[in-house]
Design a protein around this ligand. Sequence first.
Ligand code: KIV
Length: 386
Amino acid sequence: MSDKITILDTTLRDGEQSAGVNFTRADKLEIARMLEAMRIDVIEAGFPAASAAEFANVQAVAKDVRGSAICALARAVPEDIDAATEALKPAAEPRIHIFLNSSDTHLAHQLRKSREDVRALAGAMVQRARTYVADVEFSPMDATRADPDFLAEIVRTAIAAGATTINLPDTVGYVLPHRLHAMILDVRAKVPELGRVCLSFHGQDDLGLSTANTLEAVRAGARQVELTVNGIGERAGNTALEEVVMALRLHGPALGVHVDVDTTKLAELSQLVAARSGMAVAPNKALVGKNAFRHASGIHQDGVLKKRETFEWIDPAMVGNTRGTEIVLGKLSGRAGFLARVRALGVELSKEREEETFARFQALADQRPMVDDAEIRAICREGAHA
Ligand code: KIV
């Protein structure tokens, strides 16, 4: 029996918390439609109480998208919950997501409330949201730095008040995978009621560990994961959707879980979000970076030319990469890569000419980052006229 992992995409909410990003209504609709087409389960469309424009943006997504649940964020205050409820009115499947600080640092310095006040507030606000919608998510913010007993207490209270999803956020990207695993087992043991609701994890990438943490959360029992396209988000960003979805697609069966996402649109989705957010994707970004399926060194090129799986175990078509496997010629390339390109360009070299043409290629490759097809043709022509 394989459990389905619910994918909550928060590109339009937490992703928009990237410094310098402001999605227009058209951007949000375009991205949300693509997420829906890829069968993303839940789309967190925004934070309606933040501004009039944000309210209208969430409302527009809620009206337009019918195939995914639409989620709106709210602080644990009545005004936010009411704004989220109103913005979500047109949604086919509305979800209100309430968050509330849970670590002592946050309680003392940001919220300035006691643990008892926070626990009571969590219960009252979840209850309020449940009078409006059937689907309420509760996030004890900074859960990974919270006191474990208080975390259990606030989670128990939220479930008793009607929360349907409990999300444990690693708000500042603090936790290590093995510690997160232990934390989740601890809260599950302390709050058996968690078995009745969906347990979720939300990771930030301050230490570059958010994908590893998210997969560890799944191993520890989380059945929803919260992600953003290209990992955009506050500070160093959130957990990259393409990484987790592909890791679960490829390794999920061994973990007893699966995802129901059309991964063949991941490359296009990544480009769309990069264009609309203005945040370029690094060339070496896993799965969707320009170099993800490009091979530059001679040993790797030789292996891939003999059998792709030697150095490229993921099929580029799985993520919708239309360029496919690429051999990039430069100073580290060997004969095999060079001659394969020569043949692919339709140039025939006699055995005797191969050596001197390759030597000319190496001399040129030493002077630049890569050698393109026009230059290869020119090198081959030069030899022919010598
Ligand atoms: O990082 C965080 O804690 C959040 C919560 C609102 C889930 O974004």
